[in-house]
Design a protein around this ligand. Sequence first.
Ligand code: NAP
Length: 281
Amino acid sequence: MNDKDETTVADDIAAGSLKTFAIETRGDSFSNTLQERIKGDLLAYHLTYDETEPDIVISVGGDGTLLQAFHRYSYCLDHTAFVGVHTGHLGFYADWTAEEVKKLVDCIAGESFNIVEYPLLRVTVSYSDKNEQKTYLALNECTIRSSEGLLVADLMIKGEKFESFRGDGLCFSTPTGSTAYNKGLAGAIVHPSLASIQLTEIASINNRVFRTLGSPLILPKHHSCQVKPVNEDRFIVTVDHLSTLHEKVELIESSVAEEKVRFARFRPFPFWRRVRDSFIG
Ligand code: NAP
């Protein structure tokens, strides 16, 4: 089974390769019940529940639950695969339905599968008062806002000034995040086989004095983008669902990460079909 629609890194990983698992749940009673059922069924297949080094993480809930799972297990991305069960509407990361969990459990325990890798966004915050940096990985996107309201910052591409930005904020998204907040900002939907990041503006001010490009920008893997404060240096940086206030910010750099997220594919899940089913119906 090779899903030619997506970039697979390993075809037909042998059945029985998945020995340890963990489950992330949205926390509602239906998702929790499903979690217990999946756990019991996989233990009966002699897989081991291991929240430290799972071979596979099963997310039960929605795309938001998969984001939580991704951040919980971001330290073991190189050898942990994810799979999502949705207990609400069809998700971009969660393609299995609650009715299909028996089939999913059988697949995890006894089917060969593919690994699909998706690009991630790396965000590095540097400070003017200390010689340290904070680095984050985003599965969907990072947004940058000023804590004081209007974000006033210079935007640079590969270290060279591109424009002076004034507005509510800036959003850098991954290809799989392009269907999330980025889409709400009129960004383009990008196929996840394109290792890239997309920059979209959040309500920029454009008049005779201030001018920004206005269009979303898609940057390739070898380009980075820097946001540099002009005066105010207290920024709110949101990485997926997590927000942090950063003070005395000198620079925030965004680029395609070296790391990737790995999804276990037991059947094809074509990206454009997901887009059509989610947004067109
Ligand atoms: P939330 O506010 O509870 O959920 C936001 C919605 O975004 C949920 O319906 C979620 O799907 C959906 N979503 C998440 N990732 C997606 C993706 N890659 N493609 C399409 N839809 C996606 O927040 P949350 O559950 O903690 O998720 C945080 C994410 O919400 C952020 O990364 C951001 O992208 C997104 N968001 C979007 C908007 C917007 O579109 N205007 C505004 C705020 C936040 P599920 O219902 O399946 O979980």
